[in-house]
Design a protein around this ligand. Structure first.
Ligand SMILES: [Zn+2]
Length: 135
């Protein structure tokens, strides 16, 4: 169980990897090997673009152990371009106001230090997607 979870984290480190159902073509994230739509086997890997928009969000002032140094932070439900919803922390907000529908993109960040083993765990966060800068 533990090994499998870390394997997945490792493989999600630089891109958002989910699955695509070969039967109904629905995109699945996080990967679960079973299509949530038709219930059949879905083990075909799919690399998501990492782009999406804020569907809803909440500000966290009271963090669970390991996250204290980041307080306060914003957790958003992000609707990916491909359809699935992902819950993740927003980052690089600076003074920006988070809004429903705000375009965001995935970035890989250090999530927390594992207290017992001093291990760094990496994961994804989302940051505001910058409008393409015109010269
Ligand atoms: Zn399916």
């Amino acid at each position: 169980m533990e090994v499998s979870r870390h394997w997945r984290l490792k493989h999600q480190r630089y891109s958002l990897v989910g699955e695509v159902c070969p039967h109904c073509e629905i995109k699945i994230f996080p990967p679960r090997d079973i299509c949530p739509d038709c219930g059949k086997d879905a083990r075909t890997l799919h690399h998501f673009s990492g782009r999406g928009e804020v569907y809803s969000f909440t500000c966290v002032y009271d963090a669970p152990a390991g996250f204290e140094e980041n307080v306060p932070y914003t957790i958003a439900l992000v609707k990916l371009e491909e359809g699935p919803m992902v819950t993740a922390q927003l980052t690089d907000l600076d003074q920006r106001t988070v809004e429903i529908g705000m375009p965001v993109e995935m970035v890989t960040r250090k999530m927390r230090a594992d207290g017992e083993r001093g291990m760094l765990v990496y994961g994804y966060k989302f940051r505001p997607r910058l409008a393409s800068a015109s010269p």
